[in-house]
Design a protein around this ligand. Structure first.
Ligand SMILES: [Zn+2]
Length: 469
């Protein structure tokens, strides 16, 4: 049943993208492009590009792009973990558009897979493989877009820059976006960027929502260190470091930090209020009214922790470390708090508040090194966002477009911190699919029927925002 619906969905979509004005020359012939999209996508999934092997993907992309006359540059801090950049020139009347995707995938436990995790096996309407969701759909969509722009000789108002970056999943060496931004920023400097970090939700066989990632929270982790007097386990002490730490962890773990909406989250909840069944809609409506927000927050805290987290800077205890023996009171005990700040949080003031909430001089708050820069939310009124909204409606005619703020972190943080308005996209999936076969899950797969509309979407957006008007 589900499969039939999914097929019907694709059939309805294939003709969705029309020529967008004179710049297109020939409209893309999606029927003929599908085998090529599938072949390239499968070729990418078949490359085992777990951390440390990203250059294998770069080699493939370089060969494909250069065979069609698109010059590439390899940017590498570590030769095994290269990045690749390619640029199609526009007339310079507008600033460039950057389309990027990461090439690395997380590791696999082979025994959990019913098929070869790097086989790109096609079974039951899905393409199975590590990276099939994260992030090779975006990578192939960007690649196909470059090839088609070049083949059709599309005249551009702005340069279109393609970036395939390493080390998104694990970048302790700083070989990926950190390196490119730090050492080669002019190669990727752009007005807008588009990459993973959004998606689309299929309900009853059709795409009901398209999520555009416009913001993300900022990791701002700390360590709590409690100090006390060391001693014998047979002698109770009031200054036992564990007691002080335990009390502090409880206080901050249950601390209801202030709720604050931004442009993205306000729009997100407004749209959800309009879309949801009456019961849930009333919760979202209540959230938007300061007089009733408290009750709605309480509901979300229990029933939708992800949405609750979108409302505030969150504090989550994740590691406890203390003790050397059952009969020894240690002089120190520590806890790690995974703090995810709202994009506009004043983090110094927040740490001051956190210290007050703990209210115990025996417990010190130490900042941990920041893994991502603070990054302002991207705006909803830009030419890019409007194009994404417009094109979403042509590819997924029944969908509502919703901006979203990720509670996690992505490589868009580095771009937004440099002033690039950055937006997240992703292929469509059902709730069940997201639950059972998520990115980074034991087994990853993508419905073939979601692949083609997604490539069309990326192409459509690039045409809308970059082709000569
Ligand atoms: Zn990813």
């Amino acid at each position: 049943m589900k499969r039939l619906l999914a097929l019907a969905f694709v059939a309805a979509c294939v003709c969705g993208v029309r020529a967008q004005g004179p710049a297109v020359g020939k409209a893309a012939d999606w029927g003929r492009l599908r085998p090529e999209i599938l072949e390239r996508y499968r070729a990418l999934v078949q490359i085992d590009s777990t951390s440390g092997h990203e250059t294998l993907v770069v080699d493939y992309l370089k060969k494909v792009l250069e065979a069609e006359g698109i010059p590439t540059k390899t940017l590498a801090l570590n030769p095994a973990r290269a990045n690749l950049v390619a640029r199609l020139k526009g007339n310079g009347s507008k600033r460039p558009l950057l389309i990027l995707a990461h090439t690395d995938v997380v590791g696999v436990q082979r025994e959990k897979w019913p098929v070869d995790p790097f086989g790109a096996v096609m079974k039951d309407g899905y393409i199975w493989g590590r990276g099939s969701k994260d992030d090779k759909p975006v990578l192939v969509a960007n690649l196909m877009t470059m090839l088609m722009l070049k083949r059709q000789g599309v005249a551009l108002d702005r340069d279109v820059i393609f970036l395939a970056e390493s080390g998104e999943e694990a970048d302790l060496e700083g070989v990926g976006i950190n390196y490119v931004v730090r050492e080669h920023f002019p190669e990727i400097d752009a007005e807008f960027a588009m990459t993973e970090g959004g998606g689309a939700d299929i309900e009853n066989g059709r795409v009901a929502r398209v999520n555009i990632g416009t913001a993300e929270k900022v990791p701002a982790r700390v360590r709590l260190v409690a100090s006390g007097t060391a001693g014998h386990g047979s002698v109770p002490r009031l200054d036992n470091a564990l007691i002080h730490l335990g009390a502090a962890v409880e206080k901050v773990g249950l601390w209801e930090t202030p709720m604050r909406l931004n442009e993205t989250t306000r729009t997100y909840f407004e749209k959800l209020a309009a879309l949801s069944p009456p019961g849930r809609a009333s919760i979202y409506k209540a959230l938007l009214d300061p007089k009733t927000a408290d009750g709605a927050q309480k509901f979300l805290r229990e029933h939708a922790p992800g949405e609750y987290s979108m409302l505030r800077t969150s504090v989550v205890p994740t590691i406890l470390k203390a003790g050397v023996g059952a009969n020894v009171i240690p002089s120190e005990a520590e806890a790690t708090l995974d703090i995810r700040a709202l994009p506009d949080e004043n983090i110094d003031a927040f740490y001051t508040e956190l210290t007050k909430v703990i209210g115990d001089r025996a417990v010190k708050v130490e900042r941990l090194p920041q893994t991502r820069p603070a990054s302002p939310a991207s705006k909803l009124g830009t030419e890019m966002y409007q194009a994404m909204e417009r094109v979403a409606k042509t590819i997924y005619p029944d969908a509502t477009v919703i901006p979203s703020m990720s509670t996690g972190a992505s490589d868009m943080a580095q771009l937004r911190a440099k002033g690039i308005q950055s937006y997240g996209v992703g292929p469509a999936s059902t709730d069940a699919e997201q639950l059972n076969y998520p990115a980074h899950g034991d087994v990853e797969r993508l419905a073939e029927s979601s692949l083609y509309p997604f490539v069309q979407y990326v192409w459509g957006v690039v045409m809308d925002v970059a082709a000569r008007k």
